[in-house]
Unconditional design. Structure first.
Length: 146
């Protein structure tokens, strides 16, 4: 949905509280494009906009309301976000990147049966696993590899 703020130029109804939005006051507008197929041959698709209007505060209120639903749904489905600083998050991301690189090289090394190189890679992966303990801990999947 496109959202923008503008001056209300004629009295309109607020989508949230159903009260009038007075002409000359700020309002939030939203436009949502919908597709509608016309049964004509060849079939064509008509696009038409749905337009919404809100009081500025009403738009914030309904946004926060729908955000609460969203948080409710996702709290149980996803594991909680790790409590890390941005800096720690970056370190963690880099460690995960290193792990993936080693895992990829491992697959290549397995094909060529290079045991020395494989041992070295496992060593490196153990090192990465140690370092990631400082920034949120090791992902569960990694344990199978070590
Ligand atoms: Zn309103």
């Amino acid at each position: 949905m496109d959202i923008w703020m503008t001056w209300c130029t004629r009295v309109s109804k607020c989508k949230h509280c159903s009260n009038d939005i007075v002409s000359g006051t700020p309002m939030v507008m939203g436009k949502l494009w919908r597709k509608h197929s016309t049964g004509v041959t060849p079939p064509s698709v008509m696009r038409f906009p749905l337009v919404f209007r809100w009081h500025p505060q009403c738009w914030v209120d309904q946004g926060i309301l729908s955000l609460k639903d969203y948080a409710e749904v996702h709290r149980d489905r996803h594991r909680p976000r790790l409590l890390l600083t941005d800096e720690q998050r970056l370190v963690r991301k880099r460690l995960i990147g290193r792990w993936r690189t080693y895992r990829f090289r491992m697959r290549v090394a397995m094909e060529s049966n290079d045991m020395d190189y494989l041992r070295k890679l496992v060593e490196n992966m153990r090192q990465v696993a140690l370092e990631i303990e400082q920034v949120g801990g090791m992902p569960k999947k990694w344990a199978e590899m070590l």
